[in-house]
Ligand binder design. Sequence first.
Ligand SMILES: [Zn+2]
Ligand SMILES: [Zn+2]
Length: 261
Amino acid sequence: MNWEVYFKIVRAIGIRYFVLALIATVLFYWLFQKKWQFKKIQTALPKASDYTREIGYSIITIFIFGFIGYLLHFYQPVVQYTLQYKDIHAYGWAWYFAAFIVMLIVHDTYFYWTHRLMHHPKIFKYLHLVHHKSTNPSPWAAYAFHPLEAVVEAGILPVFVFTLPLHLTHTFFFFFIMIVYNVYGHLGYELYPKGFSKSKVGKWINTSVNHNQHHRYFKGNYGLYFLWWDRWMDTLRNDYDTRFEEVKGRKKENEMVVEVM
Ligand SMILES: [Zn+2]
Ligand SMILES: [Zn+2]
């Protein structure tokens, strides 16, 4: 075990999480909190204890992710069995870029099915309950997993490295995309425009409203980047489009009246 390399990986994963969640917090929960709160998917703010729980579990997750990353990318007895390659030209630039699309689809599928499995009543409380303690998630909830769930989430990496020829930078960039989308999914605000959930392309893309509903109701909306598994398996919540339009259609004055009432 090369501890130096391990801690470098942990540091990289940690910096990405903290910087992105911090930017989101500074903008949406601090600087413009009063100005934008009427747009918040659930207008109430998370409690201080929610932030500390989310950050605490996320730190443990970062160490677990770092360990799996180290094992599959730098620990030679394991790396020798992966399809990892060093020279980008070995598979060409077309594959280099196509791989990201493949990774998105594979990860989305992996996430949807493991997520549904973790909602099975017999295992829910052991693995997935920690993540669902955030019924009104903040950006810090992105990695708020029970350590066992963190291992399940990290399970996508062996799927990648043993089935796809990947360059180290694939992992590096892909998991950056993942954490950006993950922070957005738990942001508490919807960034896609009005009408997006019903649009031709948008109906297949996961949104913050969609994942927020999953946290609030525990049922339906299991996807990560896309909604095709939810649509095909009929697990998309019936009230998704209505909720999306309600959130995007709010006017500040009306919201204040509602809050006063
Ligand atoms: Zn869940
Ligand atoms: Zn979540």
